[in-house]
Write a protein that binds this ligand. Structure first.
Ligand SMILES: Nc1ncnc2c1ncn2[C@@H]1O[C@H](COP(=O)(O)OP(=O)(O)OP(=O)(O)O)[C@@H](O)[C@H]1O
Ligand SMILES: [Mg+2]
Length: 218
């Protein structure tokens, strides 16, 4: 699936599916949404990790738009910003980031206290929060797996925004605990060899790669 260049959304940063649901790109997100919905039918697929081979290839923008598109179907959706190195969902959804995933793992808050209700359908966002701990230690903590289990009962679909595969170790850890992985590659930017390298790393982590999205950012 190819995504066209997104024009700046007026209210929420780059949330074209929210600001312009009739656009071609919103239609493209609906197609991706449908493909993912197929995976959730009759199978135990529930949480999906989205990542890319390298940094700045459009993962966060794609996850946010996909989450909004899914929320329009009245499903209960949770978006977790697990990119603790370079968190971005609080910027996209224009919300505070004092507490979030980091603080839950550190035992400083609960999920219910930390989660942000966007008001866009039933879309909740768990921002990264703040911590002095190393991101890979936070993600490798048993509490992270517990959290993924806990939200399984509450949400129809959970989308996990993750750091790039080649510049982090935590994405492979997380990918192992998610039902499906979607790889975002950037048209004209992602090197084919790097994409293959990222796929091998995810395969080694026994990740279930369910598809790829070609982001045309330029
Ligand atoms: N299709 C697109 N059209 C226009 N701008 C885009 C598109 N995709 C991403 N961008 C812009 O490119 C930049 C990087 O995108 P984004 O933050 O989504 O990438 P990322 O892969 O999550 O980066 P990081 O490695 O920092 O997590 C952002 O400024 C975003 O607004
Ligand atoms: Mg990102």
């Amino acid at each position: 699936m190819v995504l066209n260049k997104i024009r700046q959304a007026k209210k929420k940063r780059n949330l074209i599916t929210y600001s312009n649901p009739d656009s071609i790109i919103s239609e493209q997100f609906r197609t991706i949404r449908t493909n993912i919905k197929f995976l959730t039918d009759n199978r135990n697929s529930h949480n999906f990790l989205l990542t890319s081979p390298n940094k700045q290839e459009g993962t966060s923008t794609t996850v946010a738009n996909l989450a909004v598109s899914m929320a329009f179907l009245r499903d209960k959706i949770l978006l977790i910003d697990a990119n603790l190195r370079s968190p971005y969902q609080h910027t996209i959804f224009k919300t505070a980031n004092e507490i979030g995933l980091n603080n839950i793992i550190a035992g400083q808050t609960t999920f219910n206290q930390a989660v942000f209700k966007t008001g866009i359908g039933n879309l909740d966002v768990l921002t990264s929060g703040s911590s002095k701990m190393n991101p890979s230690e936070v993600i490798s903590d048993d509490k992270m797996i517990e959290l993924l289990k806990e939200v399984r009962g509450t949400y129809d679909i959970v989308l996990v925004d993750s750091p790039s595969v080649l510049q982090s170790t935590e994405t492979r850890v997380l990918a192992h605990h998610c039902d499906g992985v979607v790889l975002i590659v950037n048209k004209g930017k992602t090197d084919l060899q790097k994409a293959a390298e990222a796929k091998s790393i995810l395969d080694l982590a026994h990740a279930n790669i369910v598809g790829a999205i070609l982001n045309d950012k330029r």
